[in-house]
Design a protein around this ligand. Structure first.
Ligand code: SF4
Length: 358
């Protein structure tokens, strides 16, 4: 292989273990099965140290550290202190001191916006949840949740279904009223597509989801579809955690993502050297749940999405399906290859680039 890659342990387990896949692997497989193979089967990592990833980790760690212990009134001060501690060692490659100062102000403004918009409420809920006797970790970062689905592996000798485990990390969970809410910080809202603006499954969310899997339609929406599958896995993992913690007041579970690096929400006053921003958490439960399944189960579920989660995870574990890959090729080449870190070594992509017309 050429390119700046390192090999790490691939995630495919030995045949003796229950198959396991991360929700990140499910998303990668939806984008491109070959890309999943490079990243998750071969364990080729691309040295993804882009500033956005590092900033997200800084914020995520500072906020979770502050949430973990203390009182509600000092949450913002604690989060800013934790952030300052880490910032001293943060070596992002910025081109000037002024830019570094600006980046720091942006991230501090984001922490203040988080505390104002949902942080204070969630800290109150978290400490009340603990006070009620919940005995178990509720704060990450990367608090592991696991969703278990029963799947038949296409490559297995028998067709008996066996457990397939899907790992989906969240950053913290709180009991809010009668809902157990899982929260995940994400860089931006770009992957959400119409999910950001829809409060119901019925309509164009259901239609686009179906269109992605319909071989007679040219729809290709891997990011939106992956986000719905992630919601299904997170809610299933939250239900398991809720039951393990005996949170009997939590009748339903909800999954919320909080974009924290959306630069278009910034306002900058260069004369006063002030930066302000705002946050808009997105509750993905609403566009995910369908009322038919909810009526049958009284839980936030969607049978269509849950079935697809099982099928996509099973297909990813089974390996590249060349026929399915070829049928998607035009869309993958147009939408995914241009930003794929494996393009420099991908034979499929390279051969398509040097092929000549006629
Ligand atoms: S370059 Fe294109 S075909 Fe190759 S792994 Fe990346 S997305 Fe897939």
């Amino acid at each position: 292989m050429t390119g700046n890659f390192t090999e790490t342990d691939a995630t495919t387990p030995s045949s003796a273990e229950a198959p396991q896949i991360s929700i990140d692997g499910v998303r990668t497989h939806l984008r491109c099965p070959q890309r999943y193979r490079y990243a998750h089967e071969y364990g080729l990592h691309t040295g993804d140290d882009v500033p956005q990833t590092a900033r997200l980790e800084l914020l995520r760690t500072a906020i979770c550290d502050a949430l973990r212990a203390g009182d509600v009134d000092t949450l913002e001060a604690r989060a800013l202190d934790r952030f300052a501690d880490r910032w001293a060692d943060y070596g992002e490659g910025v081109h000037s001191r002024a830019q570094r100062r600006h980046e720091r102000r942006v991230l501090e403004a984001t922490i203040r916006a988080y505390v104002e918009v949902i942080g204070t409420d969630h800290a109150e809920c978290l400490y009340a949840t603990r006070a009620s006797g919940a005995d178990g970790e509720l704060v990450g970062p990367d608090l592991p949740l696991r969703s278990t689905v029963m799947a038949t592996r296409p490559t297995a000798d028998d067709d008996e279904a066996s457990p397939l485990q899907i790992d989906v990390p969240i950053d913290y969970a709180v009991l809010e009223g009668s809902s157990f809410v899982g929260v995940r910080f994400v860089p931006t809202a770009a992957h959400l597509g119409i999910l950001r603006y829809r409060a119901a499954w019925d309509g164009d969310v259901a239609d686009r989801f179906a269109g992605h899997f319909d071989p007679d339609r040219a729809d290709f929406a891997p990011e939106m579809v992956a986000t719905l599958l992630e919601t299904a896995a997170a809610l299933d993992g939250l239900r398991t955690l809720r039951d393990r913690l005996s949170l009997t007041d939590a009748r339903t579970c909800r999954y919320v993502q909080v974009p924290v690096l959306d630069r278009d929400r910034l306002t900058v006053n260069p004369l006063r050297e002030r930066v302000e921003t705002s946050l808009e958490p997105v509750d993905l439960t609403e566009p995910y749940l369908d009322h038919h399944t909810f009526g049958m189960t009284h839980e936030h579920r969607n049978q269509t999405v849950d079935d697809r989660l099982r099928q996509v995870a099973t297909a990813a574990i089974a390996g590249v399906d060349d026929e399915a890959f070829e049928s998607r090729w035009d869309q993958i080449k147009r939408d995914v290859c241009p930003t794929c870190p494996y393009a420099v070594c991908c034979t499929k992509y390279l051969s398509s680039e040097v092929a000549f017309d006629g």
